[in-house]
Ligand binder design. Structure first.
Ligand code: IMP
Ligand code: MG
Length: 185
């Protein structure tokens, strides 16, 4: 049968490893925001972060709210277009009451998150931090260090657990590297 698993060359991060990562980051967020008098807002960056967000929020035990932004920086392939458009903005009347944790699937050039952190600070958030499931530090074009990091990975294009190639493979429950022929088809 033709399934998305057939297009994966190998698994980079297994379901078990992802679960351990999510548990650890949730505990770090619990530790850092316990007893805060502001509102913790988990801000999911659509669409890639939606699976990580869903798993992460279930494991956090301090009170929180969720919201969503959508930005576009990539075209349909594997290469960055290098610009950022805000397609869905965060519109809240209570910005100064918010401790925001931006939830991202993966950091590559660093442009998306460095822009978003500045943007949300300018909008008046009380604080802004970032959590990423995966990080490719060797790909940075702007200096950026997230506050919560799941796993550093090498410079490979990965899919699964929310991450896509041409909008596909987001439903893979683990993170994998695509077979070469998938790109060339
Ligand atoms: P940055 O602004 O270059 O850091 O871009 C980060 C965004 O690029 C992520 O939120 C993803 O949407 C996308 N991206 C970067 N690397 C990958 C990858 O290996 N697979 C899928 N999407 C990726
Ligand atoms: Mg993304």
């Amino acid at each position: 049968m033709d399934t998305i698993n057939n297009d994966i060359a190998y698994t980079l991060v297994s379901e078990k490893e992802i679960d351990e990562i999510v548990t650890r980051i949730a505990a770090e967020i619990d530790r850092d925001y316990a007893g805060s008098d502001k509102k913790l807002l988990l801000l999911c960056i659509l669409k890639g972060s939606v699976v990580f967000m869903g798993e992460l929020m279930k494991k956090i035990t301090v009170p929180l709210e969720i919201d969503f932004m959508k930005v576009s920086s990539y075209g349909s392939g594997t290469v960055s277009a290098g610009r950022l458009n805000i397609l869905l903005d965060l519109a809240r009347p209570d910005m100064s009451e918010l401790d925001i944790v931006i939830v991202e699937d993966i950091i590559d050039s660093g442009k998306t998150l460095s822009y978003l952190v500045k943007y949300l600070e300018l909008k008046g958030a009380h604080s802004v931090r970032t959590a990423t499931m995966l990080d490719k530090p060797s790909r940075r074009e702007v200096e950026f260090t997230p506050n919560y990091i799941g796993l550093d990975i090498p410079d490979e294009f990965v899919v699964g657990f929310g991450l896509d190639y041409d909008e596909k493979f987001r439903n893979l429950p683990y993170v994998g590297v695509l077979k070469r022929e998938v790109y060339s088809n």
